[in-house]
Design a protein around this ligand. Sequence first.
Ligand code: GLU
Length: 440
Amino acid sequence: MLTSTTTQTTPSTSTSTSYSRYQKTLSQTLARLNISEKEANFFKEPQFIHKKEIAIIRDDGTTALYPAFRVQANNARGPFKGGIRYHPLADEDEVKTLAALMAIKTAVVNIPFGGGKGGIQLDPKSLSKKELEAVSRAYIRAFKDHIGSDIDCPAPDVNTNPAIMAWMRDEYEKETKTFSPSMITGKPMSFGGSLGRDTATARGGFFILEELIERTAMDPDELRVAIQGFGNAGMHMAHFLHNAGFTVVAVSDSHGGIYSPDGIDPVRIEKYKRNTGEVTGEYCEGSVCDLNRMKYDNVERITNEQLLEIECDILIPAALDNVITEENAPRIKAQYILELANGPTTPEADEILNRRGVKLIPDVLANAGGVTVSYFEWTQGRSGEQWTAEKVDAELKRVILDAYKGVRRESYRNKITYREAAFSIGIKRMLDAMRARGWV
Ligand code: GLU
């Protein structure tokens, strides 16, 4: 039942896919940097694409098969690194794009990793806990020959969490008969995790915003923020911003969102989300809402599309990719966009936003706090040390702000956007390592 293919890749000819959109930004970077054809070819496709169909026995006794992927984009700078997502839309094209972005990201923050990504095409909400554990262990059995702390180190991504990382490490250690605390990151504290990993993605983005507004002499309490997505990144970001005095005017999850010009209290949202599964849970049960209460609290229910166009100063896409497009980019009101999600903006939207003077902090920098603390966790696993929360926070701040300042400098000097600057820095660092190895 288990089908498996591993390919060493050749250039693709696909057109309007996520990967072709990524390739557009990549080609512009390669042209700008004047990179030779031979060297440029190395960046155009991942080094390896591993695909398998993984099988589990469901609680009702039937067998279910799920397509699963591990894409290894580039390991010139160190082991492949990147999360595993569980999503109905996780296909080869998406995982390939996300793997390539990871290689740029680890280079932008200058940590000793390459880039990879994994995915299982399924809806995790349709599985019981037992089934979720079975599918997570099956993933590791399927790809165990391609992962390991010196080879390829996975981590959480959309719909995966520390409990899943723990099952994966346990399965890997059983299968390989090794002690391998650093084969995966984002583990629970009780099983080799690092302090600060759960809040790291949001924390990194928050450090960048703090630095940005300090330089522009703005005050948090003058700034309204809208956040799309209330998963790990979006939720922690809402807390950091609210606690620092920003007004969080809108949040959402996959069911929809909530808006209040007076500001929303993320503590209340989190409580209702936990109990009802929805950020609107305080006011609505499914599609039925208590309109009187909403009016009293000056709260409105909004869609995910409306959230992106809401009246605010800072927009934070923290959910899925390709949500800011040429269609809605002209109507975005925010002055600043901080991409906590991976790939939320299409290249066409990028151009429109840039023309309109919207300042965008790209994913490969804005959400790099997650993989940075993964690196700290990987290091701790290898040395047997346990860092304090203060040390993690201080080191994360140093790494992220160094990267941010580097991108800002590159952007100003070459009159290019922050995304273009981040890609330039990432590609140059990868190329330096490839040249040093004699690959090109
Ligand atoms: N999934 C996260 C990302 O996209 C974290 C990856 C990691 O920690 O390896 O950056």
